[in-house]
Design a protein around this ligand. Sequence first.
Ligand code: NAD
Length: 252
Amino acid sequence: MDRLIREAAALLQNSTFTTAFTGAGISVESGIPPFRGEKGLWNNYDPVCLDIGYFLAQPEKSWEVIKQIFYDFFGNARPNQAHRVLAEMERRNLLQRIITQNIDNLHQEAGSKKVFEFHGNSMKLVCLACYQEYSFSPALLEKLPPRCPGCRGLLKPDFVFFGEPIPQEPLDAAFDAAKKSDVFLIIGSTGEVMPASQIPPLARQHGAKIIEINPQESNYTKSVTHIFLKGKAGAMMEKLAEILFPPSLEDN
Ligand code: NAD
């Protein structure tokens, strides 16, 4: 493993354009479970609550589950060492872009600036009638489904539901990054969610070296990844940080 870490760190040091591509796994050590797998949220909740058709037909039922998962439960999560190391890499010009599938805002809370959210962000709500946007506050969710304080229209979390298209800006940023990255760092993604799953293979086709961090093999590991760092995001990013910018970052 030490040899793989040193090889990965050397690739990152010599790269002129590096992209981090993050999935639910990077936030697991912040206390947010992924959707899939043994401890995944879909073992306890029905994914239909995130289907746009169901949401529009049954907003109250859908919101009850959404509130539990994304606001009561995710609400207290803080960035972990993996988010913090990525933010420090950006400050030191070792990372040019983050493409995240996550909606938890933890990259931004860790200090990252160049973050493109493929699936939107749960910390913003949007009115489906007048399109006014609101920062999340618990007061907005006192009565479900939440209504726009301005026009009483239905409020929706500003993340991508099943059946909705990916917003154009992160889509363009992701394809652009895939085409120009020397190094593409995948952290904590199964590679099962389309169309995000197409981005790392595209980066490889365009010549990027692919580093992957995950405690388990993903759809990318055998076919797309060059260097597989088998382990948790926090520990692996800490090892990379020890080489990239010693001494290592203090917690908090
Ligand atoms: P996923 O749920 O399909 O898979 C998570 C991956 O993380 C798995 O490969 C797992 O082995 C890995 N993992 C688990 N613990 C890890 C750790 N400590 N360090 C590194 N990796 C670890 O995730 P996905 O592929 O990102 O797809 C799910 C979709 O659901 C995402 O697109 C995202 O929008 C959404 N989602 C977001 C959040 C969030 O915002 N934090 C949480 C759950 C789901």
